[in-house]
Write a protein that binds this ligand. Structure first.
Ligand SMILES: [Ca+2]
Ligand SMILES: [Ca+2]
Length: 307
């Protein structure tokens, strides 16, 4: 009995041992195999980091969004194009450069109105007179915008208008009682609009607006000796004997002459863009009407300036 029981116990224990051992062995095996599968699944989770790497592709898409800043850099190319447009705002323009290299004449650009003197009309233009525009003796020289009548002279008040552009202010020759309050700006482009109207019995009435400054607009009768209409328009610099040795000058552009005070009908206009830089305007053809500048024109050439 004891042997039998012992055998049974042995048999059971061997069974148990077999079972137990089988359970015990797989235990280390199972931890081993699954754990090796676990690292493989860790390797899979390392695929997750690789998907993290994909999410690092998201940062790369952030890098793409850093391509957006590069497109911002492109938009910074827009400001550069704005700089271009700002340069276009200061685009070059061809203008008439009036100087004075002649000790026997002034610098002058003059055009004669064809036909009879024009009894009323309007003249507009832009101009620039350099600062410190002195002659070879260091004397500051004046520029002038002149409306001639048939007397064809500025002496004794016979010009309908002789607007003097001095070193620091405008004035009107032979009109000592009239003050021009709009300031002269040396070295800067300024605009001017002039009208005249001759009623036929007395001197013409002249109006002047500089830089659109209507608050300081002038309206006055021309000199009592300035009768009749306008026969010619001139832009002059310095005087006969003076010689200006520097490159400084009196520049004129965008000249428009109208046959009416309202400025609706153009008789003549020139923006000087059709000429070559350096062209001499003595005897040059004017615009579509094929007029020529008066023979009084001298020391005028085409220049190109920023405006
Ligand atoms: Ca001269
Ligand atoms: Ca021009």
């Amino acid at each position: 009995m004891k042997k039998t029981q012992a055998l049974i116990v042995l048999g059971l224990s061997s069974v148990l041992c077999a079972c137990g051992g089988g359970l015990n062995q797989p235990a280390p095996v199972n931890p081993g195999t699954p754990s090796s599968a676990a690292p493989s699944s860790v390797a899979v989770s390392s695929a997750a980091p690789s998907s993290v790497a994909v999410s690092s592709a998201a940062p790369s898409s952030v890098a793409v969004s850093s391509a957006a800043p590069s497109s911002v850099a492109v938009s910074s190319a827009a400001p550069s194009s704005v700089a271009v447009s700002s340069s276009s705002a200061a685009a070059l323009s061809k203008v008439a450069k009036i100087y004075d290299a002649n000790s026997g004449d002034t610098g002058e650009l003059r055009f004669v109105i064809p036909g009879d003197d024009q009894l009323q009309g309007k003249l507009t233009l832009s101009f620039l007179k350099d600062a410190d525009l002195v002659d070879s003796n260091g004397v500051e020289k004046n520029a002038y915008i002149t409306l001639f009548n048939s007397a064809n002279s500025t002496s004794s008040g016979r010009a309908i208008l002789d607007l003097l552009i001095g070193s620091s202010a405008f004035s009107i020759r032979d009109q000592a009682g009239i003050t021009v309050n709009t300031p002269f700006k040396p070295g800067a482009w300024q605009t001017i609009a002039i009208t005249w109207d001759y009623a036929g019995t007395a001197q013409a009435t002249v109006t002047i607006v500089i830089d659109g400054d209507t608050a300081n607009a002038l309206s006055y009768p021309a000199s009592s000796t300035a009768v009749g209409g306008v026969s010619a328009v001139a832009f002059r610099l310095a005087d006969n004997s003076a010689v200006i040795t520097s490159s400084k000058a009196f520049y004129v552009d965008d000249v428009k002459l109208y046959s009416d005070k309202a400025g609706t009908t153009i008789v003549y206009e020139d923006n000087f863009e059709s000429y070559a830089v350096g062209a001499d305007l003595s005897g040059a053809t004017i615009g579509a009407t094929a007029l020529t500048y008066d023979s009084s024109t001298s020391d005028v050439r085409i220049a190109e300036l920023a405006k």
